[in-house]
Write a protein that binds this ligand. Structure first.
Ligand code: NDP
Length: 396
């Protein structure tokens, strides 16, 4: 994986929260890492500044309308630039050792699939691509000889805990969830929460979409699907516990009664460092976990009545087929609608569930190609857009 002593890294989604955490970590390890390509959607100035700072060879915007701004911002630099879908796919395929897949949403599926290459590591943050087309993604990675390591803190903890025993001896994998900002809200109060309140995550600082997903607990549902595909675990071996302190990220119970847990300060640079250097351990000024200063570590079962998104995602995982693809697309539409104040907070799971019900009658198949995944995604978004009009009309 290492060329000329340095690990070559490409970041898809460089201007986002995961992109920023990854680049911050790379600042600590300039002697070990080298940036090849950086990609974003439309933040031309932000991307240009990062490309210049890290001496990237290639800077790409997925949104073609940002091309001239990027060109202007990087005038005089020896950095190749591109924009649009082809440019993004070229960035994903650029010669590199690790691709950090950190685009938000199903938009990450096509470029992350394109990044699957022999002997290449995919440090995967974009869980939506596994929810949308997990079987296809993992089978393609295996066929191409690419290695997929999770950045998500819970899955990253599972990866580490699994090193303590054989996969066949795993009894149960528990993913923890902070419970989000509304963990203690009564059901009636949830109807009135605002996007601003939902965007205030108690323990993690993240992009808008995943922060809303954390508030509804849909994020944990998406993570169950992610874990199912990443670790080839049956849905009934996966469970969720609410753990508001976000210190224990996951637990793996083995059949001999031993439980191995993954703990750290809630700082994404820690799992990112693991995914970049695994099985070696990066040496950097990582924030240390001081358990003695914590009053308590608590765990409780999730309340599926107040947070039905988790129940809906669990049902989609159990149903299989195209249901997770539909779930993911409908959720993306619902989150955007909530952020745009078109629906209330409980409207997010309600819309997703209605789309899943409607989609059932279409007998959609589990996607076997990226094109099929994008087609199912498109159908689900259209259904969601139609239902959204009814939801919004009822709310007004
Ligand atoms: P952000 O919204 O902060 O960043 C998203 C990044 O993706 C930005 O660089 C954005 O570019 C880029 N982007 C968005 N749409 C496209 C597109 N169509 N084509 C190309 N680039 C695009 O998200 P996060 O960093 O929070 O999350 C990224 C992924 O990581 C998500 O899948 C999330 O679930 C996952 N994740 C995030 C965690 C976190 O702590 N943030 C933790 C675990 C997983 P631009 O800035 O130009 O819009």
């Amino acid at each position: 994986m290492v060329s000329g002593g340095k690990t070559r890294v490409t970041i898809l989604g460089a201007t986002g929260s995961i992109g920023a955490s990854t680049l911050d970590l790379l600042r600590h390890g300039r002697d070990r890492f080298e940036v090849v390509a950086l990609a974003a959607k439309r933040d031309a100035r932000g991307l240009a500044a990062l490309a210049r700072e890290f001496g990237a060879q290639f800077a790409v915007l997925a949104d073609a309308s940002g091309y001239s701004e990027l060109k202007e911002a990087l005038a005089g630099e020896r950095i190749e630039i591109a924009a649009g879908r082809e440019g993004l796919l070229a960035a994903a395929q650029a010669d590199t050792d690790v691709v950090v897949a950190a685009i938000a949403g199903a938009a990450g599926l096509e470029p992350t699939m394109a990044a699957l290459r022999p002997r290449r590591r995919i440090a995967l943050a974009n869980k939506e691509c596994l929810v949308s087309a997990g079987k296809l993604f993992m089978a393609t990675a295996r066929a191409k000889g690419a290695e997929v390591l999770p950045l998500d803190s819970e899955h990253n903890a599972v990866l580490q805990a699994l090193a303590a025993g054989s996969r066949a001896a795993v009894e149960k994998v528990t993913l923890t969830a902070s419970g989000g900002p509304f963990r203690l809200h009564a059901e009636e109060r949830l109807a009135h929460v605002t996007p601003e309140e939902a965007l205030k995550h108690p323990t993690w600082s993240m992009g808008a979409k995943i922060t809303i997903d954390s508030a509804t607990l849909m994020n944990k549902g998406l993570e169950l699907v992610e874990a199912h595909h990443l670790f080839d675990l049956a849905p009934d071996r996966l469970e969720v516990l609410i753990h508001p302190q976000s210190v224990v990220h996951a637990l793996v119970a083995f059949r001999d009664g031993s439980v191995v847990a993954g703990l750290s300060v809630p700082d994404m640079r820690i799992p990112i460092g693991v995914a970049l250097s695994w099985p070696e351990r990066l040496h950097w000024a990582a924030p240390a976990l001081d358990l003695g200063s914590l009053k308590a570590l608590t765990f409780e079962a999730p309340d599926l009545g107040r947070f039905p998104a988790l129940r809906i995602a669990q049902a989609a995982l159990a149903a299989g087929g195209a249901a997770p693809t539909v779930l993911n697309a409908a959720n993306e539409v619902a989150v955007e609608a909530f952020l745009a104040r078109r629906i209330g907070f409980p409207g997010i799971p309600a819309l997703v569930e209605s789309v899943l019900e409607r989609a059932e009658s279409r007998a959609l198949k589990e996607p076997a190609t990226v094109e099929e995944a994008l087609a199912v995604d498109h159908i689900a978004r259209s259904l969601a857009a139609t239902l959204l009009l009814q939801f919004a009309a009822k709310a007004s």
